[in-house]
Design a protein around this ligand. Structure first.
Ligand code: ATP
Length: 300
């Protein structure tokens, strides 16, 4: 759906994007994370051909783009932080205007008003809406033409936590309905909750990329070994194997240690118990996405 290959952009002496390659597949919610000034918005602006890339290639829907053809623009919905709404016009007026400019049927206006619970507010001027309602209207406006791809730049920044959560619910519904989302965000909880894959951008480059669980595994410094059945022999050897006992009760135990030590312990268990009857599971007790982010952003 989106493919960037070695995309670059400088503003004078400032190299905002230094060779970014990524792919967003149909039906994904892809998160772009990174500190202020990392280049996230520039990437989104280049995708939409609002800013011309200096190098590399950008493809949308399998078609290489340097400027946005109208037929592709109709397949994309955009929610940028400047809400793109007319303050002095009502909710319904804004949506009718958007429907007309995208050539969407007028019936879509009532559909999105219903979908976003905007019924009681349809005749209010946008300037009288709360931030949360404004953002709901902005998202409704962005999808009035039923786009396949939705690009959102910090859609919940500045919203109260409960309103932000409500907006995330709307985004989750769009994702579940099969839309492809590119989500730029600073909010880990949001990315963790919504995104199938994430790229952390640092200084104009992709520092790491993968699913949230892949990133957590990649940065895991400890693994947890869960043992069920008769954990006593493992417990007896825990200290010798360099493992910490996190928890144990009658027939189960949970131990943690550096990956090499956990794998050694696992090999010993398997040599004694080849059917692995006693072993419930081994899983990476990785850091949270926020810890990964902090390590990536503060790292060398
Ligand atoms: P934020 O989270 O603060 O929005 P960002 O990751 O989206 O940051 P960009 O807005 O893409 O980052 O900015 C990347 C770099 O390019 C920054 O150093 C910024 O100052 C610079 N920059 C962005 N737009 C322009 C512009 N129009 N003219 C000059 N420099 C710009």
């Amino acid at each position: 759906m989106i493919r960037l290959q070695d995309v670059r952009k400088a503003y004078g002496a400032v190299e905002a994007v230094k060779g970014v390659s990524l792919e967003v597949r149909p039906g994904e919610c892809f998160g772009l994370l990174g500190p202020n000034g990392a280049g996230k918005t520039t990437i989104a602006r280049m995708l939409l051909c609002l800013t011309q890339a200096d190098g590399g290639s950008i493809s949308l829907f399998g078609q290489r783009v340097t400027r946005m053809p109208r037929e592709l623009y109709r397949r994309i919905g955009v929610v940028f932080d400047s809400a793109n709404l007319y303050d002095e016009i009502t909710v319904v007026g804004n949506l009718q205007y958007a429907a007309a400019s995208f050539g969407a049927p007028r019936s879509r206006v009532d559909e999105v008003i219903e979908q976003f619970g905007l019924g009681p507010h349809r005749n209010k001027k946008v300037r009288h809406l709360s931030k949360g309602l404004k953002q709901r209207t902005a998202i409704a406006r962005a999808i009035i033409h039923n786009p396949e791809l939705i690009i959102l730049d910090e859609p919940t920044t500045g919203l109260d936590p409960d309103v932000a959560q409500e907006v995330r619910g709307i985004l989750a519904d769009l994702y579940r309905s099969g839309k492809t989302l590119l989500l730029i965000s600073h909010i880990m909880q949001e990315v963790e909750q919504l995104c199938s894959r994430v790229a952390i951008i640092k200084d104009g480059r992709i520092a790491v990329m993968g699913s949230v669980s892949e990133l957590r595994d990649q940065f895991a410094s400890e693994l947890v070994l869960k043992v069920r059945g008769n954990p006593k022999p493992v417990l007896d050897e825990a200290a010798q194997l360099g493992l910490r006992v996190v928890h144990h009760s009658g027939d189960s135990a949970q131990l943690a240690g550096a990956p090499a030590q956990v794998w050694t312990a696992l090999r010993q268990l398997l040599s004694r118990d080849p059917d692995a009857q006693g072993i419930k599971e081994v899983h990476a007790a990785g850091p949270s996405l926020e810890e990964v982010y902090i390590r990536v952003v503060n790292g060398p």
